[in-house]
Write a protein that binds this ligand. Structure first.
Ligand SMILES: [Zn+2]
Ligand SMILES: [Zn+2]
Length: 237
């Protein structure tokens, strides 16, 4: 059963089946992503197990609108009455109950083929509609844990966001890329070349640790590792 896994002093990971959510503990709780639909109970239980209470959630921020990240946003918003924040491209989709509109392209490799066949191909591209309370833009800083910086990382989806907890040296990458069987492209992109550019732009920042929507936490040298892995890919495209 999922609990709160400490990543840094303020950042905790909740691993819910195939997807990771994050909680920042400072001045109440900030929830980053919400899992698939019907994850409400699992999230609440993970918080209790970690010694926290869901009524401490002050805001929900979304990396993007895909059903594994925004699936329970509407339910949480209804239940807790807290604001949900996202990039305006994703907000426009969420408000009409869509998780994506643009065609997606599967990344190369057997693992991606497998994930695509199992989860994405026949998966819903709808979510419970919700009214997004505020738009986040590149360069915004949320006032938690010394500043949570918003970085626009388009490619996987047009309004995808990553979040940098600069003071604690950790980048929350969402689906900018993944780390399931080593650092790699996410399984799908709307625009793969742009997605690679986004990873390389993020890797210009200096951070030791990185966490992902899908895959394992990198504890050391994360920005250097991203740079190495993705400059290779850039040269192939
Ligand atoms: Zn996604
Ligand atoms: Zn995802």
């Amino acid at each position: 059963m999922a609990s709160l896994q400490p990543i840094t002093r303020s950042l905790f990971q909740i691993a819910l089946g195939g997807v990771n959510l994050f909680v920042i503990k400072d001045n109440g709780l900030t929830l980053i992503d919400t899992g698939y639909s019907r994850s409400l109970e699992a999230i609440v239980n993970a918080l209790y197990r970690g010694g926290e209470s869901p009524d401490q959630i002050k805001q929900i921020v979304l990396t993007h609108a895909h059903p594994d990240h925004a699936g329970s946003a509407a339910a949480l918003q209804r239940q807790l009455g807290v604001p949900v924040l996202a990039h305006q491209h994703e907000a426009a989709l969420l408000e009409v109950g869509l998780s994506g509109q643009a065609p997606i392209h599967r990344s190369p490799g057997f693992i991606n083929w497998l994930i695509y066949q199992a989860f994405i191909k026949r998966g819903a591209n709808t979510v419970d509609p919700l009214v997004v309370d505020g738009h986040l833009n590149h360069g915004d800083v949320l006032a938690v844990a010394g500043g949570l910086q918003v970085l626009h990382t388009p490619g996987h989806s047009a309004g995808h966001l990553a979040f940098w907890l600069k003071q604690e040296g950790v980048m929350i990458l969402g689906d900018t890329c993944q780390n399931l069987m080593g650092l790699a492209l996410s399984t799908v992109y709307e625009d793969r070349a742009l997605g690679i550019q986004s990873v390389l732009a993020i890797a210009q920042h200096n951070f030791d640790q990185a966490v992902f929507g899908h895959g394992r936490w990198i504890r050391k040298g994360a920005s250097q590792k991203l740079k190495r892995a993705f400059s290779r890919l850039q040269n192939q495209t």
